[in-house]
Design a protein around this ligand. Structure first.
Ligand code: AMP
Ligand code: GLY
Length: 425
């Protein structure tokens, strides 16, 4: 089978590795891919949101399955683009329809979806410039801290946790005034949930589902979960505090109603639902957010633990045999540490020479933001540069290996968190 994978980060490198390992994969193409995916298939230098060029690639290379990594092409409707095109509609697309992608693309849509389907989540209200005065009244009646969310995609920056009413009022007005452009033309105001976060990844065809390994990601730049939010600085799978009892509650009160909601509302959805969860201090489990794709860096710990043939798993999603698919999981724990460019998530430099990857032992190094030159020399090319993943009998041993190897890789201004898992006991 000829497969086209869209995206260019660590998530796509980890997906590409599993796809390339499949006995059903004849040719793998990655658009645009990165230096890490080069050894697994053919990189084609086309953006994941350039649908017309993707169509050309799909036809020229006789593509038989499209796998979509990032959210942008999904929210922009790549699934619908394929299904509405006579030459492309026969190609199975792993990724939700444009409406399905609204679970991530619009906080307002996802909160209303959860409310309609009785899925536990924080209480909320939403406002625009039209009813800004109602919003101000509403905020004055709430407890602090309070959470403000831009409705649309805001590059992971659109969520503000305000500790005082003053701050909340000021930010609320700034958001409606365009702080995050169109994304904050509507603002969701949400009750603050106090607890520990983890994520459940579900593969679904809109009717059946399969729960993949769980993970916990470390979003803050600083040790002890301090400082600015990032795309994620490390991850652990499975988070050791997640018990079978908790997973039973998640499956029955969150996953099943989510899939039933998609079916009931006729939302076409072949792909991943990333369910961000809060395990509250009260013991309740509530949804923080949905994403319409796998997480990054969570993919770098979830997929290395999947032993089943990934194309067979994807095929089962399209065939309607997902519920009977026997997913084989590596019982070992996986951890990953992100090596970032100093300054990230604010300003950082690119183009620093990377060395030492060849000295890494017992870890997998996934490329997140790298580029290479004609001689094959490797350079930094993003805020998050590499993900160092390790597997071991427990997460503490795995993180030790990731840590040792993180030290062996060098580039100017390398930064990584040395405390991934600090809160796991
Ligand atoms: P989101 O984009 O909705 O996932 O929000 C980004 C991050 O903000 C989450 O991963 C949480 O750490 C935090 N967050 C979002 N909503 C809440 C909430 N209602 N209570 C506490 N923290 C939240
Ligand atoms: N690591 C968080 C995300 O992928 O959204």
């Amino acid at each position: 089978m000829n497969i086209l994978l869209l995206g260019s980060g660590g998530r796509e490198h980890a997906l590409a590795q599993k796809i390339a390992e499949s006995k059903h994969c004849t040719n793998l193409f990655i658009a645009p891919g990165n230096p890490g995916t080069k050894s697994l298939g053919t990189n084609i230098n086309v953006s994941a949101t350039d649908f017309h060029s993707i169509k050309k690639i799909a036809l020229e290379n006789n593509i038989e399955m499209l796998v979509v990594g990032p959210e942008a092409p999904l929210v922009e409707g790549i699934f619908d683009f394929f299904k509405q095109d006579e030459a492309l509609q026969h190609i199975p697309v792993l990724g939700p329809s444009k409406v399905g992608a609204q679970l991530e693309g619009s906080k307002s849509f996802s909160k209303a979806f959860m409310q309609r389907n009785a899925i536990p989540t924080a209480a909320y209200a939403e406002f625009t410039q039209q009813n800004i005065e109602d919003g101000i009244d509403y905020l004055q009646q709430q407890k602090t801290p309070i959470v403000l969310k831009a409705d649309g995609l805001a590059a992971g920056k659109g969520v503000l946790i305000c500790s005082t009413l003053e701050e909340a009022l000021q930010e609320f007005k700034a958001m409606l005034d365009g702080k995050f452009g169109d994304a904050s033309a509507k603002v969701v105001v949400e009750e603050f949930m106090d607890g520990i976060e983890f994520s459940v990844f579900v593969l679904t065809n809109g009717k059946e589902y399969k729960i993949l390994p769980t993970a916990k990601d470390y979003k803050r730049i600083g040790e002890g979960d301090t400082g600015l939010n990032t795309g994620g600085m490390g991850a652990v799978s499975p988070p050791p505090f997640v018990t079978d009892e908790m997973m039973h509650v998640v499956e029955t009160t969150i996953v099943q109603p989510t899939i039933q909601g998609l079916a009931k509302e006729n939302i076409t959805y072949f792909g991943f639902v990333y369910v961000g969860l809060m395990y509250l201090k009260t013991g309740e489990l509530k949804v923080v957010e949905y994403n319409c794709r796998m997480g990054d860096p969570e993919t770098e710990v979830v997929f290395p633990r999947i032993k089943s043939d990934i194309i067979e798993l994807f095929q089962a999603t399209f065939d309607g045999s997902l519920s009977s698919f026997e997913l084989e999981i590596d019982e070992r724990a996986a951890t990953t540490i992100i090596l970032a460019s100093g300054g990230y998530p604010e300003e950082f430099e690119k183009g620093k020479i990377i060395s030492g990857i060849d000295t890494v032992k017992d870890s997998i190094v996934f490329h997140c933001g790298t580029k290479d030159d004609e001689q094959g020399k490797l350079y930094t090319n993003g805020g998050r540069v590499l993900a160092v993943t390790s597997l071991a009998n427990d997460w503490k041993n795995a993180i030790k290996i990731s840590n040792e190897n993180a030290h062996k890789i060098s580039f100017e201004n390398k930064y990584f968190r040395k405390d991934i898992g600090f809160d796991l006991g």
